[in-house]
Design a protein around this ligand. Structure first.
Ligand code: SAH
Length: 342
């Protein structure tokens, strides 16, 4: 049987079959068409918005690929106060956003109580909006408090499910085991959970990507964030090539076929490596876009990688620009929380 049809029907393939799909372009059209069929059968033409608020670029970690790693002395650091965060939400809400994603480096100056207070304030002002946290690895007890305060979702990309590859990307204080544990804890606490990985990160093999598929099958996340790795000038990987558009799109389609229900963002990184990257992502199975709601004056300082797009626009401009792009790609932005459909 044709591999794409088999994947669509069984939502799974053998390792060898996945490797074959990953290694050749010959199935790309069929993959994209099948992925779009499946996405439309579950989510119709709907695209969900997530308003991204990058509220701190301080970070205690030193992930080798990341532009805001703690060891990068060239970064001008900033953090937003609760009031500034609420200001972003206010603007976002008026623009139709019903999910706010608070993302940042691992900045421990925000205590659990402060994070909870921020979450509670947002939920009180905008009870019909979902709050997503993306603030890295914390203790079970901290996650429990965030949930209790009203946080709905948590994004924590696993980055790679292969230990030896994880070691190439992170200093020894960090471990894959701990990161995976955080994901399982978040699930147990009832968060809608997002995992994911970079495509084409230094040292990544196709076998590593198959291992990522297997881990995702075990975790069953509600969202899977994938985007190309893009080098940052202040990292040891500055000379490494970026992940490819074609492979990222291929993986998006495979993921849509493996996980028909899943929330799959067309990421900013994808839009950065190709001018129409996000549109192509949507056509390949993605159903979420995450425009930036951070104050314009700090946008450039949250540079995870070089040449990041949309750093010079106000939130309203971003919203309008995306409206046009999504529509041109053949889809429609809906202003609701955009919960996962099971
Ligand atoms: N501190 C949080 C948020 C990390 S930033 C956490 O630990 O989860 C969000 C994501 O950006 C990361 O998970 C990583 O996959 C991605 N990222 C970081 N550096 C990148 C780079 N150079 N190219 C592409 N994506 C990158």
């Amino acid at each position: 049987m044709d591999l794409v049809l088999k994947l669509k029907q069984n939502k799974d393939l053998s390792d060898e079959e996945f490797l074959h799909l990953l290694n050749t372009e010959q199935y790309d059209d069929a993959l994209r068409i099948a992925a779009d069929e499946v996405r439309r059968s579950v989510y119709k033409d709907e695209v969900f918005l997530r308003g991204l608020i990058e509220f701190t670029n301080y970070c205690r970690n030193n992930c080798y690929y990341c532009g805001i790693r703690g060891g990068n002395a060239n970064v001008e650091r900033y953090r937003l106060s609760k009031e500034e965060i609420l200001e972003c939400c206010k603007e976002g809400y008026s623009l139709g956003f019903r999910t706010f994603v608070l993302q940042g480096g691992e900045d421990m100056t925000y205590s659990d109580e402060e994070i909870c207070e921020i979450v509670r304030s947002i939920k009180k002002l905008y009870p019909d909006a979902a709050v997503t946290l993306s603030i890295g690895e914390r203790e079970y007890e901290s996650y429990r408090k965030y949930k209790e305060a009203g946080a709905d979702r948590y994004l924590l990309r696993h980055e790679t499910a292969t230990d030896s590859h994880y070691r190439k990307l992170h200093p020894s204080e960090l471990s894959l085991e701990h990161r995976k544990n955080c994901l399982y804890n978040l699930k147990e606490l009832g968060f809608q959970v997002g995992a994911g990985f970079m495509v084409g990160s230094p040292g990544q093999t196709m076998e590593n990507i198959v291992a990522d598929f297997r881990f995702l099958q075990e975790l069953k996340p509600d969202m899977i964030g994938i985007g190309p790795f893009i080098p940052h000038k202040d990292t040891i990987f500055k000379e490494e090539p970026a992940g490819s558009l074609e492979l990222t799109l291929r993986i998006l389609s495979i993921l849509r076929l493996m996980f028909p229900y899943v929330l799959l963002p067309a990421t900013t990184a994808l839009g950065t490596i190709a001018p129409n990257g996000r549109e192509l992502g949507l056509k390949s199975g993605a159903n979420v876009v995450m425009p930036n709601l951070s104050p314009k004056r700090f946008r450039e300082q949250y540079a995870l990688y070089d040449h990041k797009i949309c750093t010079g626009e106000e939130a309203a401009e971003c919203r309008k620009c995306l409206e046009v792009r999504v529509q041109a790609a053949g889809y429609r932005i809906v202003n609701d929380r955009g919960d996962v459909k099971r």
